[in-house]
Every structure is written in C-alpha cells, then in structure tokens.
Design a protein around this ligand. Structure first.
Ligand code: UTP
Length: 408
C-alpha cells in the first residue's frame, strides 16, 4: 500500500484523525504507524456504528447437560472411543493464551505465572504436564497450538523455549497470533495510544479460529486427518486436556461441539451458563440472567441454568470451516483505554473512556449444529486463575492443586 492508498483506507473508515500528529513523527515512527494502519481491520467500526450489539438476545430456554452420573454409566465405553480417536491422531489441542490477564495483574503472559510454593510450577508447565498424561496413555504426540497476541507472543515463545517446552516435543508445538482490534473513544473515533501508535487490543477469545486458519494450520491439520480441536483457556491449572471420556461422549453424541461444564456452586456464581437461544446452543452470562432465571428449577428440582462453562471445548473442524465465523457477533466492552488526547497529552483514565471489540468463543457454539454440555467435577478439573486474590486466584488454585495431590 502506498501513502495515497493508506490515506484512502483511513478516509473510507472515517479515521483520518489517526494522522493528526503524523508531521511531528520521525521516519521510523511514520513507518510504524503506516504499517499498523495497513494491518488494522477497521470493519469492526461499522458493526459498532450500526449498534449491531449482540446484547439483544433471542428467546432463552434451558439446555440439559450430560451429568456426572450419566457419564459414569458409560465411562469405559466413552474412554475407549476417545483413546482410539487420540491414538489415530484425530484430535489436536489449542491453548488460548492471547488474553491480557488484566485482573491478575501479572507483568507477563499469564502462562508464565509461577504458582509454586517450594519450587517453581508455572501455569504453562501444569498444562503441558496434563497433556503429557494423555500423550502417554494414547502412545503418540498430540499437536499443541498456542494462540498468543501482539502483546505476549515473543515472551511466550521465549519462555517455553527457555524451559524446553517442559518436556513436550517441540516439533508438535506451533504458535499463532490472534488479530488485534482497534479501540474507539465515546464518539466512535479510533484512539491513538501514542502519537505514532493506534490503540488496539486482542480481538477476544472467539477470534482464534480465523487466526488459526489464516496461519495455515487448519488446512495442515485436515491434511493430516485431524478432525477435532480441543480448545481451552490458559488459566485453568487443572485443565484436563484431550480427555478421552469427553471426546468419546462428544463423538457418540454426533454433535459438532462439546463443552465441559461445572455445576454452579450457587445461583449467583459469576459464570456464563449453557442454554439454548432461539433453539440453538448458546451461553447466557451471569449478569444477563434475571433473579427468577437464576433460581428457576425443572420438575427434577435441578436449576435450569445451572451448568457453567469452563472454557474447554471440542470443535469438529469441518463444521468450523463450513460455518464461516464472519457470522460471529462483535461484542463491545466499555473500558479504560490509555491514549493521547487531541493535543497529544497522555490520558490515563480512571473511568471507562471508550470501547474495545471482542469476539466470544461461545458464540461459535451458536453457529454450529449441536453441542454436548459435559459435566466435570469442579474440584478435580476446574482451578481457574483470574484474580490476584480471593475467588479464582492463585491461592484458590493452589488449594485445589493440593487437594489433587499436586506438589507445588
Ligand atoms: P479471560 O476472559 O479471562 O480474559 O480469558 P483475560 O484477558 O485472560 O483476563 P482479563 O479479563 O484481562 O483479566 C479467558 C481465556 O481466553 C483467552 C485468555 O488468554 C484465557 O485463556 N483470551 C482472552 C485470548 O486468548 N484472547 C483474548 O483476546 C481474550
């Protein structure tokens, strides 16, 4: 793209203000701003201005989960089918590690956080150790992908290399970067983080498929006969990756996806619950549920919206390819965004001053045909690290590790 085309791209998107300080920049800064403009996808903005906000929901109804007792009845059968699928190389693992980890407040990629007490035990190490159990039981290496973002890509790669991938065979590990989305002020104009840099943020955990596809990994996997992806969050140190029982149950169900869910520990637990929306799989966020909905029970006395998502999904690749994720809604989050004002002064807001755009992974469930919600024992498999202290923190995760005999 030459300079005229760059200006045209901005004009078409109504964002010429991004060149406001251009004449003050040195050559290196000018080039870096131009490169960023070329890379930036401004199409998020049209979704914002048309207020195509997914906050308006369809008709929400309950979705039954496969419960622990139902799973127990067919455990051996599912496990055998799952191990067979793993042993024939049909399943790959994808770790979503592109988030900002703002709540934890750790200065580095979340996976590099050390939860050890007597010796270092990193989050990435815990995940890899868990996957290694599976590699041992199925007798072959499983492809392991890490989605990073611009903010943490280099640090993530360097950390894993330095730690020799915690014993995983590096020839089965690949990285890809997720896309960044521009952030806008209250007026819908894209903000500048500095005079020479657009304010951008990772485009949400739902952006993984498009980014993985653009990196060429989906076609590579399909050529190798991989037809399911187990996609999971970086922050659960008890994450059971490529669980054969889960895989076997999803294969048996014929659904295009599966979701590991936990029974909510109270109606008010701040976790999204599986449901149907206009008859298709969906997730309702805790803040979207009315008091009545949170407590509503079915004939068996079970709460109807009682199964929370843990961000561990199985997706059938051909269905993902067919579903074309350009149908995914863009969510707008009102956030504090560091930026420069019209005079070029640094702004460090203490209140939300703009909007970030994100795709959510659970919207992918909605565009696929069918999802099996599969219950897991939360004390055995769910130890997320979200906050610096209290619920879902390093301390709560350490306690759960201790309960599971993991020496920290
Ligand atoms: P969270 O929603 O907990 O976000 O991500 P976060 O960025 O890690 O933490 P906060 O909200 O800033 O405190 C759930 C999972 O999705 C990944 C995260 O890395 C985590 O594994 N994620 C999230 C991405 O990979 N990319 C994103 O843009 C957002």
């Amino acid at each position: 793209m030459n300079d005229t085309q760059i200006t045209e791209k901005l004009r078409a998107a109504g964002q010429l203000q991004l060149l406001r300080f251009y004449d003050e920049l040195d050559d290196r800064e000018k080039q870096s701003l131009k490169d960023q403009i070329i890379q930036t996808d401004f199409s998020y903005l049209s979704r914002f201005s048309s207020k195509d906000n997914p906050a308006s929901r369809g008709v929400i109804t309950p979705l039954k989960a496969m419960t622990l007792s139902e799973i127990a009845c067919r455990q051996a059968e599912y496990e055998e089918a799952g191990l067979k699928a793993l042993a024939s190389g049909r399943i790959a693992a994808v770790c979503l590690a592109g988030g900002m980890g703002t709540r934890l407040g750790f200065d580095g990629p979340k996976g590099c956080f050390d939860i050890g007490i007597t010796h270092p035990v990193y989050i990435f190490q815990r995940l890899i150790e868990n996957l290694m159990l599976r590699v041992k039981s199925c007798g072959r290496w499983i492809w392991l992908f890490f989605m990073t973002s611009e903010n943490n890509d280099e640090a993530t790669r360097a950390f894993l290399e330095e730690h020799k991938y915690f014993g995983y065979d590096p020839s089965y590990i690949r990285f890809f970067r997720q896309e960044m989305a521009p952030a806008v002020g209250e007026d819908g104009q894209v903000l500048l983080e500095t005079k020479s840099r657009i304010a951008v943020s990772p485009n949400g955990n739902g952006g993984w498929f498009r980014s993985m596809q653009s990196a060429g990994f989906i076609s590579l996997l399909q050529e190798q006969g991989v037809d399911f992806l187990n996609v999971f969050a970086v922050d659960n140190v008890l994450q059971n990756i490529c669980d054969p029982v889960f895989i076997g149950a999803v294969l048996d169900s014929g659904c295009a996806s599966g979701s590991k869910v936990v029974r909510k520990n109270s109606p008010d637990e701040r976790v999204g619950a599986m449901c149907l929306e206009d008859g298709r799989t969906s997730v309702i966020e805790y803040y979207e549920m009315s008091e009545a909905m949170r407590h509503e029970t079915g004939p068996d006395g079970e709460r109807l919206y009682n199964f929370g998502v843990t961000l561990n999904y199985l997706f059938r690749i051909p269905d993902l390819v067919k579903a074309a994720d350009d149908k995914l809604p863009v969510h707008f989050a009102h956030k504090k965004i560091e930026c420069v004002d019209e005079e070029g002064n640094r702004v460090m807001p203490d209140q939300p001053n703009g909007w970030k755009f994100e795709y959510f992974i659970f919207d992918i469930l909605h565009i696929l045909d069918g999802c099996l919600p599969f219950e897991i024992e939360r004390n055995k498999e769910f130890a997320p690290i979200k906050n610096a202290s209290g619920t879902d923190s390093p301390d709560s995760a350490r306690e759960l590790c201790r309960m599971n005999g993991i020496i920290l």
